[in-house]
Design a protein around this ligand. Structure first.
Ligand SMILES: *Cc1c(COP(=O)(O)O)cnc(C)c1O
Length: 454
């Protein structure tokens, strides 16, 4: 190495000196010493590499800036509240259903010591899932119910508890992939159940199921094709037909509803979405669905139906591995309690979003454009349900289009304010859809856009 390079390397501060310097004092106070030391070590190592590659030596100020950037970047990657202006109501990447005010309060209450498994009356151990299961059974109108960590776990538990080493009959048209590695045939295999496929991709009739029933049949499973839709020459077997076949052969019918719409409202936007109410009324022995899709609650999986089928799920060893934690349970109880009231307004955030009046959304867009001045215009948009629910459903909506020379840059700047605003880039503009923004956040949204525009 040249003497020159060696001299340059010698100008770099020791990690220790860098960390104890005035410049990083506030970072040490905020993050503690070890993370700052680690970031400083990395910054000095990078500076050495740069010198060896011929770059000029970094100054102390540059090294401090690098340390600050590392630690602030880590803060930015924490889970953070955002404003969802995408128009996707159950945005999987943004946490699906936002919780109601009641559910948020319940989470805060349960965050400390709470009666998670404690019976106040007896002063001794109580049941973790008993009370929330009763509430779930009440809103599902089923004799029994239990809850677990998420929808995938719920189906897994049902298969493991009721169909281990036995056959489960499913239509070829319903062997869905929900996302990631969640494919129904793989879930079946992992749960130890044997998949028996019947029918064809586009048509499955009741006779297909009947012919497949044998000695080893444990369940008839119907799976809601939540994230795609089949059109054209198709035929489906209804739950009512399956239920009557199941009764004739003493085989239980399980319906994985996935999205968990409890009941359809007249004239509502979810006309094609199957509901828990209809599935149960038509004879499902067990329904399985998520807590954070159309139920509007936290991540959770609900298993509801006949007590003699729910009970083995509750007692199965896997139940412990997929149990709900206290925060989920608190939020789910509050959400289910909202559903249990009949006289309530649309108090769950997703209900308000699903049923928002487009004319009102347009009014809000016009108000915002007025506040924002030029380079913004109201724009009719199309919002969607998202979260793998109701794929064909389009919800007429309204938003604000931000005109700019650099739409990607503006979208990035919007993600960089606090709280970050997540919009969509379309035709060279950034579009903020108001269906997924609570009206109470309109003022903030205006301020954040002005801030991002600089
Ligand atoms: C979403 C979904 C699941 C998985 O539920 P998670 O709560 O995401 O684990 C399973 N089945 C169907 C049909 C779904 O739509």
């Amino acid at each position: 190495m040249s003497v020159d390079r060696q001299a340059q390397l010698a100008t770099l501060p020791q990690v220790d000196a860098l960390v104890r310097g005035e410049g990083l004092r506030s970072l040490v106070a905020r993050h503690g010493l070890p993370p700052v030391v680690a970031a400083a070590r990395a910054a000095v190592a990078d500076a050495r590499t740069a010198i060896l590659e011929g770059a000029p030596p970094a100054t102390a100020a540059q090294l401090e800036a690098a340390v600050r950037e590392t630690l602030e970047g880590r803060d930015r990657r924490r889970v953070r509240r955002v404003i969802n202006a995408t128009g996707v109501i159950l945005h999987t990447n943004l946490g699906r259903a936002p919780l109601s005010a009641d559910a948020r309060a319940a989470v805060a209450d349960a965050a400390g010591y709470a009666t998670v498994e404690y019976d106040l009356q007896a002063g001794s151990r109580g049941s973790r899932t008993g009370p929330v299961g009763e509430l779930a059974a009440e809103v599902c109108h089923t004799p029994s119910a239990t809850v677990v960590n998420n929808g995938a776990a719920a189906l897994m538990l049902v298969l493991a508890a009721l169909a281990s080493d036995r056959e489960v009959i499913v239509s070829r048209g319903e062997l869905v992939e929900i996302g990631g590695s969640y494919r129904l045939p793989d879930v079946m295999a992992a749960a130890g159940a044997r998949l028996v496929e019947v029918g064809t991709t586009n048509r499955t009739r009741i006779d297909d199921y009947r012919r497949a029933i044998g000695e080893d049949t444990a369940l008839l499973l119907k799976v809601h094709r939540s994230n795609f839709r089949m059109v054209g020459f198709t035929e489906d077997t209804g739950i009512d037909e399956l239920a009557s076949l199941g009764r004739d052969h003493d085989v239980a019918v399980v319906h994985d509803l996935g999205t968990g719409l409890l009941r359809r409202t007249e004239g509502g936007p979810l006309a094609d979405e199957p509901s828990v109410e209809a599935s149960v009324a038509n004879g499902s022995d067990l329904v399985v669905f998520s807590g954070d899709k159309l139920l509007g609650g936290p991540q959770a999986g609900i298993i509801a139906g006949r007590a003699d089928l729910v009970e083995p799920c509750r007692r199965h060893p896997l139940a412990r591995a997929v149990r709900v934690d206290k925060l989920q349970r608190a939020a789910l109880e509050a959400t289910l309690a909202s559903h249990a009231r009949s006289d309530r307004p649309l108090e769950l955030p997703i209900e308000a979003m699903l049923h928002a009046d487009p004319a009102r959304l347009e009014e809000r867009a016009r108000w915002m454009v007025n506040e924002l001045g030029d380079r913004a215009r109201p724009l009719p948009t199309v919002a969607v349900v998202g979260g793998g629910s109701s794929p064909g459903t389009q919800l007429p909506s309204h938003g604000v289009a931000l005109t700019t020379d650099d739409a990607e840059g503006l979208a990035r700047a919007l993600r960089d304010v606090d709280p970050p605003v997540i919009g969509r880039v379309r035709d060279g503009e950034v579009v903020l859809d108001l269906r997924t923004v609570p009206p109470s956040q309109d003022g903030d949204l205006v301020d954040l856009v002005l801030l991002a525009r600089g």
